[in-house]
Ligand binder design. Structure first.
Ligand SMILES: [Zn+2]
Length: 171
């Protein structure tokens, strides 16, 4: 993964996420198919899907389709282009993993040329873990983008200035 903009320690992610969200997004886990989150996904109408870790837009309901595979399926990422793809040869399979470009969260995989996606414009199936997504219905408020901790940045600036012998004036 090429340098995501948002980097937190494992402990910090654990604090922000529930156990299942952490397992899937930070340790490349897979949720159980046809679970509660999937049932909810199937019922959701128009809206946008954001990264559960960092709040960036990943998918919209426009690219959603019913694949019957038991995980949320999209035929394309949203126009926001925050989904990156990389080769995944784990578990003895050749697959393409999908991740959040901003924070490196594992989202799922993307498959091509299957019969279930043959009728879609891209013929691709983004097979995404529902727990990696934060759904906001159309017209709803987007979640806040996770920012790097401002305090750690200012502390660092202060330390650097001290080392350089510059006094940092505090308000
Ligand atoms: Zn993210």
């Amino acid at each position: 993964m090429s340098n995501p903009a948002v980097k937190l320690s494992e402990a910090e992610w654990k604090k922000r996420l529930n156990d299942e969200q952490y397992r899937v997004t930070r340790t490349a886990g897979t949720e159980r198919p046809f679970g509660k989150v999937y049932e909810e996904f199937e019922k959701q109408g128009e809206g946008t899907y954001f990264c559960v870790c960092c709040g960036v837009e990943l998918f919209t309901s426009k690219e959603k389709f019913h694949s019957g595979c038991g995980w949320p399926s999209f035929y394309d990422a949203s126009k926001a282009k925050n989904v990156v793809e990389r080769a995944d040869n784990s578990h003895g399979m050749i697959r393409v993993e999908t991740l959040c470009k901003r924070c490196g969260a594992h989202l799922g995989h993307v498959f091509e040329g299957e019969s279930v996606s043959a009728a879609t414009p891209t013929k691709r199936r983004f097979c995404i873990n529902g727990v990696a997504l934060h759904y906001v219905p159309a017209g709803g408020k987007a979640p806040p983008l996770l920012q790097l901790d401002d305090k750690s940045v200012s502390d660092k600036k202060e330390a650097v200035a001290k080392e350089a012998g510059v006094e940092v004036r505090k308000p």
